[in-house]
Design a binder for this molecule. Structure first.
Ligand SMILES: Nc1ncnc2c1ncn2[C@@H]1O[C@H](COP(=O)(O)OP(=O)(O)OP(=O)(O)O)[C@@H](O)[C@H]1O
Ligand SMILES: [Mg+2]
Length: 249
């Protein structure tokens, strides 16, 4: 990959109707983000003055050495974790200004999260796992089932809908987790090392699927990864270093 630029990403103009290139509306912005952990009495600052603006329909990779803060950043962008300072703005809304119910609804309806480990529920079938966010949204049994069938179809697994996770391969389990992430047709998918647990061939399949979900369904995607092939398939590659994001390609 090319050398990264000497300046970090510029301050985010999240209120403007278009991004700097005039390409589209920012869907997601991080403004002056800071995250400090208390590591047994010693404070460690992982993110510092971090700026990010992601335009609707983009697909972005976040790369960087282990321990640099990629997962921390994705958790904060997805409102799973609070920053020490700064804001995360989604479609003009400051996420951490929302109350717990509104925040839970945001996560349920607008956001899909894919992790390195699938976190599927062992006692439920693929279909039931995928339908879970729709059930949480109280969409009704038949609508939840219908959405789950469609999501499983999008990832090419409708033929294994009635299997439990233990009856699926690791790659298939990850596909089910991706189907669960998109079942509510979210605007944004955050994927943290989605191929980290997979062999090269399966990682390639998951990479292709993520690209297809972006290009065909228009889902905006931010992917943290060590996988160079996956990073290269994203339109923009950002490197997390010294607490900030730097344009890599
Ligand atoms: N809850 C926590 N309490 C204290 N320190 C934490 C906590 N979570 C993360 N850290 C520290 O923050 C730093 C960044 O961790 P993070 O998991 O975000 O890195 P990463 O870039 O995702 O690494 P990897 O590539 O290995 O997944 C690490 O030093 C980690 O030990
Ligand atoms: Mg991580």
């Amino acid at each position: 990959m090319s050398e990264f630029a000497s300046a970090p990403l510029k301050p985010t103009t999240c209120t403007s109707p278009t991004d700097e290139a005039g390409a589209g509306k920012p869907l997601l912005c991080a403004i002056e983000l800071e995250k400090t952990f208390d590591d047994g009495g010693r404070l460690i600052t992982v993110l510092k003055d971090l700026e990010l603006s992601v335009v609707s329909g983009e697909r972005v990779a976040v790369v960087g050495h282990s321990g640099v803060g990629k997962s921390t950043l994705l958790h904060i962008l997805g409102s799973l974790e609070k920053p020490t300072k700064g804001k995360v703005v989604f479609e003009g809304q400051d996420l951490f200004a929302l109350g717990p119910r509104a925040l839970a609804e945001f996560r349920n309806r607008q956001l899909g999260f894919v992790f390195q480990f699938h976190y599927l529920l062992a006692d439920f079938t693929a279909l039931e796992n995928v339908a879970m966010p729709a059930r949480i949204a109280r969409l009704g049994e038949s609508r939840a089932r219908q959405l789950a069938i469609e999501a499983l179809k999008s990832v090419g697994l409708s033929n294994k809908a009635h299997r439990r996770p233990a009856e699926l391969s690791g790659g298939e389990q990850q596909l089910v987790a991706i189907a669960r992430a998109i079942v509510m047709r979210p605007k944004l998918v955050l994927a943290d090392e989605p191929t980290g647990n997979l062999d090269a061939h399966t990682a390639e399949e998951v990479t292709n699927l993520l690209v297809r979900l972006n290009t065909e369904l228009g889902i905006t995607m931010v992917v943290a990864t060590h996988n160079e092939r996956l990073a290269r398939q994203m339109r923009r590659v950002l490197r997390l270093k010294d607490g900030r994001l730097w344009q890599e390609s």
